[in-house]
Design a protein around this ligand. Structure first.
Ligand code: SF4
Length: 668
């Protein structure tokens, strides 16, 4: 009997039309958990670095997290993994909603897709019955429209459908996969889906998922629900609203956007508008959101209702949550009404809400400065908002200049030349980042930005407060019920953190403390991504219901894997290192690990060097960011070590790996 997981993957070759239901190996689950962990292993095994993102040999994995489909509240993430056309590295983008639990109920942990279909198709997974169906009639349709059409065609309103829009079909490097109630947007994974000729995957399942020790598991779930109720009634005082509670930042509920609009950058991540927010704007934006927001909605098995359905007058309804509320508005220097309207079209096209607005603003900046000309922009309207719609339409169709811009600011700038590279100023590892430009270097964020491989800061931050509280009494109050810390010393780190003076950024937290804090934050996100847990209930908030102390119990009682905190930490380190190994094998090195030059005005090159040197050592990586032989063997990743030696990435050292050090043997 398999617990929490179903024990089966679906293997689909779109070139041959072959569909197989394949039993997966429980020893791999013990070593890498599920979701991201086992995805990283499959990618390592099957996609060598010679394989290009748009090769038929690149694979696209849709994985339910290990605990998806169990009663664990908020455990509903699908982890989509492939090689990104934009970063050329491993992409692992998450979506909430309902798709992953449905896949489990259909009897599968993962859908692994390889090859390419000559014609546009979609998959229909209905328990045991799995079909590749013609999608030629869906060509060019919007992602949300496609979902509805497929459900009608299948006469199955309860099917969960993940689909791409025109952007994915046309291999736009920042194309998303949409799911109606969520999307997986980063890394251009929608482009890989489109390249494979796959318009959508519909799934319906009616089976059970077993948990190993149901009474114990349900008791843990109840504790989580009780805590959610408590925290919702008792937001943390003294921190900004998005960190005071739980869930994804509650952008659909709040109207006060002073903090975002005055602290984030407008346009192509260029301009801070410090006195932007005033009473008139507050009134107007409140009216806009309240008139277009129809209903607050939740993902599967979650009471938090972080998202909303938005109905702009005269346009179809779509789902929105989190910071995409403001990305189009701020890129276009416009208002909320424009932002909510264009986001509807962008959702149907299926583009990432961080990258797409920045790419369009980047094009207009180049045009204003004469680098792109009237010839490049022939037919573009003269009004600002009209220009954004025009650019969006060109990009997703890859028409004219849109064909260049569809590759994102990094690649487009290279292609355009004439100094355009200076305008692509907000990338890390070739991907557009949150439009933030700040004053003083923050050592914690420096390391997260530099070494993160998730390519999105909001998905690697959390747990430790983003800034010190002004008074010691406030900090003392905060740490009183901060039981989520992995070790008591983190409380002291926070207690001693001052807004000014000796114990303030950039030299406090100290380099060593910074390494420990970043490692903790990253670890929690990686656990979530293997279990399928929403970061909004675990790694993102300051005081979440899921944490390092109760996660091992969930894994043991749910999946029947003996787990304690130490073993969990080592397991996470194993697959986190494997993610890095995938990227190292693709050429990622220290030179790539840096925030945008202008992310902070005040930079400290020596401190930054020390931070990176120390963190690499702390993680068991050499000075170029490559996991060392000792680290790899300790984690049972001797197959990675051997591959690195074969490829000349690490030098062969005389002794061979110990006989029984492989991860597979450890599981036996
Ligand atoms: S906390 Fe919000 S985003 Fe997370 S699962 Fe619940 S409803 Fe979805």
């Amino acid at each position: 009997m398999r617990y929490a997981e179903t024990g089966y993957n679906l293997e689909i070759d779109l070139s041959t039309g072959n569909i197989e239901r394949v039993e997966n190996d429980p020893r791999e689950t013990e070593l890498y958990l599920g979701g991201l962990g086992t995805n990283a292993k499959i990618l390592w095994d099957r996609v060598p670095p010679e394989v290009e993102p748009f090769s038929p040999d690149n694979i696209l994995i849709f994985s339910a997290g290990l605990l998806c489909g169990t009663p664990a509240t908020g455990c509903n993430r699908t982890i989509v993994t492939t090689i990104s056309p934009q970063t050329l590295l491993m992409a692992f983008s998450m979506m909430g909603g309902f798709w992953a639990p449905e896949l489990k109920y259909a009897g599968y942990d993962k859908v692994i897709i390889r090859g390419k279909s000559p014609d546009l198709v979609y998959l229909w997974i209905n328990n045991d019955k799995v079909e590749i169906r013609d999608a030629s009639h869906l060509q060019g349709k919007g992602a949300i429209e496609t979902m509805e059409l497929i459900k009608q065609e299948l006469k199955e309103p309860r099917a969960q459908v993940a689909a791409i829009g025109l952007a994915g079909e046309n291999r736009v490097y920042f194309a998303s996969i949409e799911q109606g109630k969520s999307s997986a947007s980063r890394g251009g994974i929608g482009a890989v889906m489109g390249d494979k000729g796959l318009k959508a995957i519909a799934v319906r399942g009616t089976r059970d998922v077993n948990v190993a020790r149901p009474d114990e598991f349900m008791e843990l779930c109840k504790e989580v629900l009780d805590y959610i109720e408590f925290r919702n009634a008792n937001p943390i005082p003294g921190v900004m609203p998005i960190l005071a509670g739980l869930g994804s930042p509650q952008e659909m509920k709040i109207h006060d956007e002073k903090w975002h609009t005055e602290n984030f950058s407008w346009g192509n991540s260029r301009v801070r508008r410090k006195n932007f927010w005033n009473e008139d704007i507050a009134k107007e934006w409140t009216r806009t959101l309240e008139s277009m927001r129809k209903r607050l909605i939740s993902c599967y098995n979650c009471p938090m209702a972080c998202a909303a359905t938005i109905s702009p007058p005269g346009a179809p309804t779509y789902m929105m949550k989190c910071f995409s509320k403001l990305t189009y508005t701020m890129a276009a220097m416009s208002d909320l009404e424009f932002g909510l309207r264009i986001a509807q079209r962008a959702t149907e096209y299926g583009v990432d809400g961080f990258s797409a607005p920045q790419v369009m603003a980047f094009a207009l900046e180049l045009y204003e400065d004469g680098i792109l000309t009237d010839k490049d922009m022939e037919g573009m309207p003269s009004d600002n908002e009209g220009r954004f719609y025009w650019l969006l339409d060109r990009i997703v169709r890859r028409e004219g200049i849109g064909d260049v811009l569809a590759n994102g600011t990094y690649w487009a700038a290279k292609q355009i030349g004439k100094g355009a590279e200076a305008y692509a100023h907000n990338n890390i590892k070739k991907h557009e980042q949150l439009p933030l430009k700040l004053g003083m270097l923050n050592p914690i964020y420096f390391l997260m930005y530099s070494t993160g491989e998730k390519i999105n800061i909001t998905q690697i931050e959390g747990q430790f407060p983003q800034a010190p509280f002004p008074k010691r009494e406030q900090r003392e109050e905060f740490v009183k019920d901060w039981f989520q810390v992995p070790d008591e010393r983190f409380k002291q780190y926070f207690l001693d953190w001052e807004p000014r003076g000796e114990n303030s950024i950039p030299y406090y937290p100290t380099v060593q403390m910074t390494c420990e804090i970043v490692d903790w934050q990253e670890m929690m996100h990686y656990i979530d991504d293997a279990l399928g847990m929403c970061a909004g209930l675990s790694s993102f908030p300051l005081k979440p219901p899921y944490h390092i102390h109760n996660y091992p119990k969930f894994i043991s009682a749910g999946a029947d894997i003996e787990m304690d905190e130490e073993k969990l930490k080592k397991t996470v380190k194993r697959y986190r290192t494997l993610v890095r190994a995938n990227n190292i094998r693709r050429g990622m090195r220290r030179k790539d690990e840096k925030p945008p030059e202008n992310h902070w005005k005040r930079r400290f090159p020596e401190l930054e060097k020390e931070l990176l040197d120390t963190y690499y050592k702390f993680k068991g990586w050499n000075n170029d960011g490559i996991p060392t032989k000792e680290t790899l063997l300790d984690l049972g990743l001797d197959y990675v070590y051997e591959d690195f030696v074969k490829r000349g990435i690490l030098k062969d050292e005389a002794e061979t790996p110990p006989e029984d050090s492989s991860a597979e043997k450890e599981a036996k």
